[in-house]
Design a protein around this ligand. Structure first.
Ligand code: ZN
Length: 301
C-alpha cells in the first residue's frame, strides 16, 4: 500500500470545513474538544516517540509526550494523531480488538515509510497549513527562508514542516533539505525545480557541500542549538552534480535548536524554465515523470 495523499488532504480539508475553521493558526485542541476526544499528556513515552491514539471505554483519545521539542512540534504531533482518528482505516489498523493504545511515529516527513504514518503526516500538514490560507502568506513574503518563517509563524508549525509545505506550494524553483551533522536526511523540491531532471537525483546520505552555509552551521553545534542562520551564494551544481554549471543559488540555512538538524532552503531565481518535456534517465528510484504530482515532496530521498 502506498500513502493516500489525496485522501489525507481531502480528509483534513473536510475537518476544517465542517468545523468552519477559516483562520490561522488552526487550534488543534479546539478540534480535540469538538470531537469529544480524550486527551492526555504523558511523560513516559519511549525515546523519540511523541504521540499515541488510545481507546478509552467507548471513545478514543490522543496522547502527547511531555518531551516534545517545542510547542510547534507538540501541535504537529496532535494534528498527526487527529489524522489517525479521522482517516479511514487508521483506528481499525492501529487499535485492533484487544489493543487499547498505539504509539505512533509522527514524522515531520523524516524517516517513516509506513503509509499510515505518512498519511497522518500529510493530514497534519494540510490541517495546520491549508493551501487556501497558506498561499497568500507565502506570496506576501520574499522567496526562500523568509517565506518559510512567515508560514511557520502564521501557522505555528515547525520550520521543517513549513519548509516542506512551502516547497509543495511555491511557483519558484526551490529545494529544502534537512541535514544532520552535515549529512542530508531528506530533500523536498518545488514543482518548478522538479521539472529539471538533474534536480531529482537522490541526495540522501550525501554530505552538504564543503563551502556551504549548511556545512558551516553543522560544524558549529552551539550555533545550531541557538537557532542561528547562515546565508551564502553558491552554484546549483555544488548541490546537484548534473545541474548546469553557471546556475547560481541562494542558500539560507538555519539551526533547528535542540532537534540538532540544519534546515536549508536553496532558491535559484534565475533558473530557466524547462519548456519541453525532457527525456532523461534520472533519479535513483525517484518519482514518475509527472512532476506536478504533489507526492514528490513525500517521496523524500
Ligand atoms: Zn502516527
Amino acid at each position: 500500500m502506498t500513502a493516500r495523499e489525496f485522501l489525507a488532504r481531502k480528509t483534513a480539508r473536510g475537518v476544517l470545513e465542517e468545523l468552519a475553521i477559516v483562520s490561522l493558526p488552526v487550534n488543534v485542541m479546539d478540534i480535540v474538544a469538538r470531537r469529544s476526544l480524550l486527551f492526555e499528556e504523558n511523560a513516559n513515552f519511549p525515546p523519540m516517540v511523541f504521540g499515541a491514539v488510545f481507546r478509552g471505554g467507548d471513545t478514543f483519545g490522543l496522547m502527547v509526550s511531555k518531551d516534545c521539542f517545542s510547542d510547534h512540534h507538540r501541535r504537529f504531533t496532535i494534528a498527526h494523531e487527529l489524522g489517525h482518528y479521522h482517516l479511514p482505516d487508521h483506528l481499525e489498523r492501529l487499535l485492533p480488538h484487544g489493543c487499547d493504545i498505539a504509539v505512533s511515529l509522527a514524522g515531520n516527513f523524516r524517516s517513516s515509510k509506513d503509509p499510515f504514518e505518512i498519511e497522518a503526516d500529510i493530514f497534519a500538514n494540510e490541517l495546520l497549513m491549508p493551501e487556501k490560507l497558506a498561499r497568500p502568506i507565502m506570496k506576501s513574503s520574499a522567496a526562500g527562508l523568509p517565506a518559510v518563517y512567515a508560514l511557520a509563524d502564521a501557522c505555528e508549525t515547525s520550520l521543517s514542516s513549513a519548509a516542506v509545505r512551502y516547497a509543495a506550494l511555491t511557483d519558484d524553483p526551490i529545494a529544502v533539505l534537512l541535514t544532520n551533522n552535515g549529512v542530508i536526511e531528506w530533500v523536498a523540491r518545488s514543482g518548478a525545480l522538479w521539472q529539471h531532471p538533474w534536480a531529482r537525483a537522490n541526495r540522501k546520505k550525501d554530505w552538504a557541500p564543503r563551502g556551504s552555509a549548511t556545512k558551516q552551521l553543522a560544524n558549529d553545534i552551539p550555533r545550531v542549538h541557538a537557532g542561528e542562520t547562515a546565508t551564502t551564494s553558491c552554484l546549483m551544481c555544488e548541490w546537484f552534480a548534473d545541474a548546469p554549471p553557471a546556475v547560481e543559488v541562494q542558500e539560507d540555512a538555519v539551526g533547528l535548536g535542540s532537534f540538532g538538524r540544519v534546515l536549508t532552503v536553496l532558491h535559484a531565481p534565475d533558473l530557466p524554465d524547462v519548456d519541453d518535456v525532457v527525456d532523461s534517465d534520472v533519479g535513483d528510484g525517484d518519482d514518475p515523470p509527472d512532476w506536478r504530482s504533489a507526492m514528490r515532496t513525500y517521496r523524500l530521498d
